[in-house]
Design a protein. Sequence first.
Length: 235
Amino acid sequence: MEKRPLIPDVPGFRDLTTRAERIALLIYLPIHVVALPRLLPYLAAFVPGMSSAQLNVLYYVVGLAFMLIFCRGLLRAGFDAALDRLGLFVISVATAWLLELALNMIISSLAVIAGMELGSSPNNDAIEAMLPGSGNLIFAIAVFMAPLVEEPIFRGLAFGALHRRSRAAAWIVSTLLFSLYHVWNYALSDPRLLLYAILYIPGALALNWSYERTSSIWAPIAYHMLTNAIALSQL
């Protein structure tokens, strides 16, 4: 069995994913990002009355099952790391929130200067459209399921694996992947919608920050849950 890295007494990032977990996540990445979004809608044709919210639940149930089977060790190691340095964990999540607020203000100001009016992202519009009649399902997806599925992929794999070779590459690639992930499906019908990926950059950077500071995958998971809950309360 591959030995998992130990957390040092002083702050410093350690990638706690094992080689087997990285391989599993690398295999699941295109399934989650490309294959399932393309295949699951066909299921609705065979299940009369299946709503978009229910289809999204199925999408994340598949991802959650994968994480609990193949990445439960990473989740456990990250939980232990959080408890070992609980103060740093809490401070890092709180700092990530302040970081995202500041970056959002900067991007909003730059957009105004450039004469851009981005408004709401197509992803948020789609979520808002599903809320009537499916609020509880959307809350379960956004606040609990999505962070548990997405953070092992975009932080555990994209950030952690690349960080071993290049810290700059880890920050850039994971940020781009996370931001594009939320809009690429909509951009297939209108490439101009890729521009909305800009709105997800502050959140991606804040998530990276919390992960790098703690070495615990639960820091970005907790922060992702928090920000999604806040975002839903404003829709």
